[in-house]
Design a protein around this ligand. Structure first.
Ligand code: 3HC
Length: 314
């Protein structure tokens, strides 16, 4: 008896096998993957901006080189992810257009300003730390190209997180002004980092289906909790104070209980009214327009190569 395409898909998911681009998949599975992967890619590319702001002001050549490498890595992560999304049939131009028009989202965290050099430490430590928590789980996502892109990205993210934490360690062990700068950065980036994991599970419209399809392997709240439990001891080692008066260790659950997240702030930023939303999109649109000549030259070269090889074959 011929089993349906739907059943074949469901069986592959149940057996934890990867769904590949050439496999049949439900339209909704394809749609939510395009949504998530393209927004992940947008987050990587927009995420280059807060750090790029400090490239010319890094305190030493060593710090500048590490930050430059990180920012370049993020651009590469964006390209892997745009390519993974393209395997689902969406064009690069459409994804970029959706970002520029405001139709597509990117991670809320990148709409906060990077005010001091210590922010480079807090971003690497907290933002990349949170991204790693989420992305390690995504290495097991059911869509093949996405899972494979994550493996490479996670390797590079761990360098990002380490270089950020190293900056915080230097500042925390430095002068009182440096320690204050590190504490100020932790105060400003802690809660927005917790918001990166998305709304509470009970307020997440996509989680149930994404979990059923094994796109999501751990829930928003589970990943957030893992991040808090891993990061609070790191803050204590730095001699810094996590800006949460309700934070306390729970012997029974072996986890940290933490205070309420300001969900009004989260949705305000997600909806486009954060401190830097408009500036980030304007900067992306200008960079895209300024890069037109590069894309044209690359396409012209590719066409010329194509002509040459078809003449040789002809
Ligand atoms: N910022 C902006 N929008 C967010 C958000 C956030 N932090 N968290 C959730 N949202 C949006 C969702 O996109 C969704 O809106 P949509 O339907 O228009 O797409 C809505 O809020 C409801 O959220 P859900 O939890 O139901 O949505 P998901 O199931 O998609 O879960 C997610 C949200 C956990 C972010 C998931 O999409 C995901 O795991 N994405 C991949 C990882 C990712 O994008 N990380 C962003 C950071 S990348 C990064 O930090 C780069 C690093 O190198 C620094």
């Amino acid at each position: 008896m011929e089993i349906s395409l739907e059943r074949k898909f469901e069986d592959k998911i149940a057996e934890d096998l990867k769904i590949e681009p050439q496999d049949w998949m439900p339209d909704e599975y394809r749609k939510t993957l395009i949504r998530q992967i393209s927004q992940h890619a947008h987050s990587e590319v927009v995420g280059m901006l807060p750090e790029a702001n400090w490239l010319t002001r890094a305190p030493s050549l060593k710090r500048k080189i590490a930050l430059l490498a990180k920012v370049q890595d993020e651009g590469g992560h964006g390209l892997y992810l745009y390519s993974a999304a393209e395997t689902l049939g969406v064009s690069r131009d459409k994804m970029i257009e959706d970002l520029h028009s405001g139709k597509a989202k990117y991670s809320s965290i990148f709409n906060y300003p990077s005010l001091t050099w210590a922010d480079m430490g807090a971003i690497g430590w907290l933002v990349d730390g949170a991204a790693i928590m989420n992305q390690v789980a995504l290495c097991r996502t059911s869509y093949g190209p996405y899972a494979r892109a994550m493996v490479r990205i996670c390797k590079e993210e761990s360098f990002h997180q380490r270089q950020g934490y190293q900056i915080m360690l230097t500042l925390s062990n430095g002068s009182s002004e440096q320690k204050e700068m590190a504490q100020d950065a932790l105060n400003r980036w802690w809660w927005p980092a917790l918001m990166m994991f998305g709304p509470k599970d009970s307020d997440s419209p996509h989680s149930e289906q994404s979990t059923r399809w094994r796109i999501k392997r751990l829930s928003n709240d589970e990943l957030r909790q893992k991040f808090v439990d891993a990061t609070v001891p790191q803050a204590l080692f730095l001699g810094l104070t996590v800006p949460d008066k309700d934070l306390k260790w729970d012997e029974k659950t072996n986890t940290y209980q933490f205070g309420d997240i300001n969900w009004d702030e989260f949705w305000t930023v997600v909806k486009g009214d954060g401190p830097c939303n408009k500036d980030r999109i304007q900067t992306r649109i200008k960079a895209y327009q300024d890069g037109e000549w590069v894309r044209e030259a690359a396409m012209a070269y590719a066409d010329k190569q194509q002509d040459r090889s078809s003449k040789m074959v002809g």
